[in-house]
Design a protein around this ligand. Sequence first.
Ligand SMILES: N[C@@H](CCC(=O)N[C@@H](CS)C(=O)NCC(=O)O)C(=O)O
Length: 215
Amino acid sequence: MTEHILYSFRRCPYAIRARMALAYSGITMELRELILKDKPAEMLKHSPKGTVPVVITQSGQVIDESLDVMLWALNQNDPNNWLNNLDDSLKLIEANDQHFKPLLDKYKYADRHPECTEEQHRENSLSFIKRLEALLQQNNYLLGDKIRLADVALFPFIRQYAFVNKKWFDQLPHKNLQRWLQHFLNSDLFSQIMPKFKLYNAGFRYHFPINQLIE
Ligand SMILES: N[C@@H](CCC(=O)N[C@@H](CS)C(=O)NCC(=O)O)C(=O)O
């Protein structure tokens, strides 16, 4: 039987959030790892906009937005109720994707945005970091004492932010955000979805989430 197919790029934060939701919901797929400068023609045929992640379902449906991939997975199986508080999750995800992500990119690639120094770009993104810290002062996770969609959807972006300059991030007074990030970095779920996949364009395909090569 044909499997669902996932086109993915290991380090992409959008692909990370999608793989975490897919692995959590236990949906099995064929994973095809790519690099952004050499996207497989089959993927572009299905999704000409050329971003990852892309899921092609067994029935041929194309899902090429990471949030839609997460919702597709969780609507099939959501054992710990990540979909609770969905409206609040969606608001935070929108703030992350629309507002924080462009600022994060400017900080991460400051040399491509010379209108400000790296420190200024970092400063511009701090209000979102402080907003998350304020939420995490109240509870273990962003929306309460349980993991919700927003936690998993935002984690890969905060990870990226932290690792631009981990020493600087670690000395911030935002202990709750640091604790929250560390929780996800240490989680079995994150380890499970981060092995070094070999490239589909070099002939490799994987059973996901067990990550065994397809012979
Ligand atoms: N809104 C999309 C954004 C996905 C996205 O931008 N992914 C990046 C990689 S992290 C990408 O594929 N960029 C295309 C490129 O750089 O060629 C989603 O949520 O899936």
